[in-house]
Write a protein that binds this ligand. Structure first.
Ligand code: FES
Length: 179
């Protein structure tokens, strides 16, 4: 009997191990880091080789930063407000080297979980309470009370320096896009 229990225990362990490996592989497939340089609270990201509509994850001051190069022909997930239900709030996208990017702090504005990205649906779904965001970080579905936060940034060529306040960030502030 104990042999059988050992056998089932080992099988269960092997399945759990395979599941963990699968999860790691899936995370690696969809969460590639960008070339980055970190110094003095600033993180410089090189966006030049990013693929469209793929999630990249970086870390800035201990927080996850989610970056997506928005595909030129992408169909945005439906936004909850506004007349054009198929439009992003373009103001939230950041133009670097002629391309548009979503760059946000990857913490759900409800209670701080990290939302998962579903490229085929072009949106984020929070695993904690089902909140949803589109690929510009706008709320599609409550309970998140506000969009994903855009961190302070400065653009230099095809690079973005997180933590520095550049003129493009100031413009977002003036337009009321960031607090
Ligand atoms: S923490 Fe994201 S929906 Fe609650």
């Amino acid at each position: 009997m104990s042999d059988r229990r050992d056998f089932f225990g080992k099988m269960l362990g092997a399945y759990a191990g395979l599941g963990a490996l699968g999860a790691l592989y899936a995370a690696k497939r969809t969460w590639d880091p960008l070339p980055s340089v970190k110094a003095g609270g600033f993180t410089t990201l090189d966006l030049s080789n990013m693929q469209e509509n793929k999630l990249y994850v970086e870390k800035w001051r201990g927080k996850p930063i989610l970056i997506i190069k928005v595909a030129k022909n992408s169909k945005p997930a439906t936004a909850p407000n506004g007349n054009d239900k198929n439009a992003y709030d373009d103001k939230r996208l950041i133009t670097v080297g002629g391309h548009k990017y979503m760059i946000v702090v990857g913490l759900c504005t409800h209670l701080g979980c990290i939302p998962d990205y579903f490229p085929e649906k072009n949106k984020f779904i929070c695993p904690c309470h089902g909140g949803q965001f589109n690929a510009a970080g706008e709320v599609l579905k409550a309970p998140p009370p506000s969009p994903l936060v855009i961190p302070p940034f400065k653009i230099t060529g095809t690079k973005v320096v997180l933590g520095e306040v550049g003129s493009e960030y100031k413009k977002l502030k003036e337009a009321g896009v960031v607090a």
